[in-house]
Design a binder for this molecule. Structure first.
Ligand code: IFM
Length: 473
């Protein structure tokens, strides 16, 4: 990157931002006509979330929007990505439009523009209207057409002011945590349903790309995928095979259809026989799914290492750590067990910190799929933050994490990858799904009982990084 003494700089126009999602920050779940989403239902189910936490209040962003807009202006990052809650716009997921819901997002977009912040909109970040789940949710093909209808409404309302659109955020989580392990809403445990949901989510994405393009002439449209390099614990054939399966589920099941118009053959074979599974794929669907996109959003947190279940003792003997309590659920249907490297530091989520893995996945996307513009649409970390005696949150570990991953982005740029921007997850501490409020990812501490916002040290660090458009050498 361009040389300046003491500083290593990002390209001009590199888009810096932060990101949130509706259910994680908004609260006000039953005001101004909003209908219930699957996360309202799920989070109120006994035992579904840590401490029974729900998004009922969250960061109270719905009512504190102006304060949060000022916070974003104080940060100085030129972009902000938020998600629209489908049940605010269409309380029952189809038909009647709730104008008050749309007005909220209009005010949000106008408030951003007034502060010269570029709005980036995610259409779906997991909060499916409950009425649609009752009718089959993402397992039902009907949801695809309804998502197009919803997309048309939002694009018709905000399209004059919003150019950059993300159709879906991390459809893997919706499909495999929502319908597979049941850790996420709607809490279903049925991998046949996960497979069908995967396909319908991808189809909804492809259809939405076309709707956005038809509605907004200069739209820039992409999807946000959670991608993770997967490594075998050892060179043993069984560990390598387990690695290939996990990679198939986490990465290839989404990248392949989007960029090549095919599901990976090994995954189709792996899930064959499950109902409804990939039997829901109809002629012409994959052509829709592979509709060209303008950019890919990469959400990155950590790589993952796996072994074959029968080789756990060998993995332990090789120095890996497999917590006794480690649930095999997440990758259990893949006949694989996640192992941890004892010497690698982890975030409070238990996720290994390895910035080079980010460079690796970015280069892989370019080399194996497409040389298209890439944005890091999420990167960040939860740590055990606390307010110190001086009244401040000194989150040096988060600064180190972000700094390391930004250098990994620089490495990708050096390798010729078309990196266009970087969004920190998140501007605020917020509702971390099944973990409730126990995990804090924010650049800003949120005091949940009062709603008070307190920028952490990482907030000042990120402001400085954005302003310099670079990092110290
Ligand atoms: O909080 C989530 C977000 O909703 C989706 N990506 C990962 C983040 C941290 O777990």
């Amino acid at each position: 990157m361009s040389a300046q003494p003491g500083l290593v700089r990002f390209p001009n126009g590199f888009l810096w931002g932060t990101k949130t999602a509706a259910y994680q920050v908004e609260g006000s779940v039953d005001v101004d006509g909003r209908g219930p989403s699957i996360w309202d239902t799920f989070s109120h189910r006994a035992g579904a979330t840590r401490n029974g936490d729900t998004g009922d209040v969250a960061c109270d962003h719905y009512r504190r929007m102006d304060e949060d807009l000022d916070l974003l202006a104080a940060l100085g990052a030129p972009a902000y990505c938020f998600s629209v809650a489908w049940p605010r716009v269409q309380p029952s997921g189809s038909g009647a439009i709730n104008q008050q819901g749309l007005d909220f997002y209009r005010r949000l977009v106008d408030g951003l523009l007034r502060r010269s912040i570029v709005p980036v909109v995610t259409l779906y970040h997991w909060d499916l209207p409950q009425a649609l789940e009752d009718a089959g949710g993402w397992v039902s093909r009907d949801t695809v057409a309804l998502f197009s209808e919803y997309t048309r409404i939002v694009a018709g309302t905000l399209g004059d002011s919003v150019r950059m659109w993300i159709t879906l955020n991390e459809p893997w989580c919706s499909a495999w945590l929502g319908y597979g392990t049941g850790e996420h809403a709607p809490g279903v445990r049925d991998h046949g349903k996960s497979a069908a949901a995967t396909h319908h989510l991808l189809l909804a994405h492809g259809e939405a790309v076309n709707v956005l393009r038809a509605t907004i002439p200069n739209a820039s449209v992409g999807i946000g995928l959670n991608l993770q390099p997967v490594r075998p614990a050892t060179d043993h054939d069984d560990d390598r095979a387990a690695c290939h399966r996990v990679d198939g589920n986490l990465n290839r099941l989404f990248l392949d259809p989007i960029f090549t118009g095919r599901y990976p053959a090994d995954m189709l074979e792996h899930y064959a026989g499950l109902q409804p599974g990939f039997d829901v794929v109809a002629e012409g669907d994959l052509e829709v799914i592979r509709t060209p996109i303008d950019f890919l959003g990469v959400n990155f947190y950590s790589p993952i290492t796996v072994c074959a279940p029968a080789r756990q003792a060998e993995a332990r003997a090789t120095g890996y750590w497999i917590p006794e309590t480690e649930r095999r659920g997440r990758i259990g249907d893949l006949d694989a067990v996640q192992v941890l490297r004892a010497e690698v530091s982890r975030t409070q989520m238990g996720w290994e910190i390895e910035p080079a893995a980010l460079t690796e996945i970015l280069v892989r996307v370019r080399d194996q799929y497409a040389n298209l513009p890439l944005y890091i649409t999420e990167n960040g970390a939860a740590f055990d933050d606390y307010i110190g005696p001086d009244g401040e949150v000194h989150d040096a570990n988060r600064i180190a994490y972000l700094d390391g991953h930004l250098r990994a982005v620089l490495d990708a740029l050096d390798a010729g990858v078309d990196m266009r921007g970087y969004f920190v997850w998140s501007i605020l501490d917020n509702f971390e799904w099944g973990h409730g409020y126990s995990k804090r990812f924010g650049l800003t501490w949120v005091d949940y009982p009062t709603g008070r916002r307190l920028p952490k040290s990482s907030f000042a660090w990120y402001r400085q990084t954005v302003r310099a458009n670079g990092l110290e050498r």
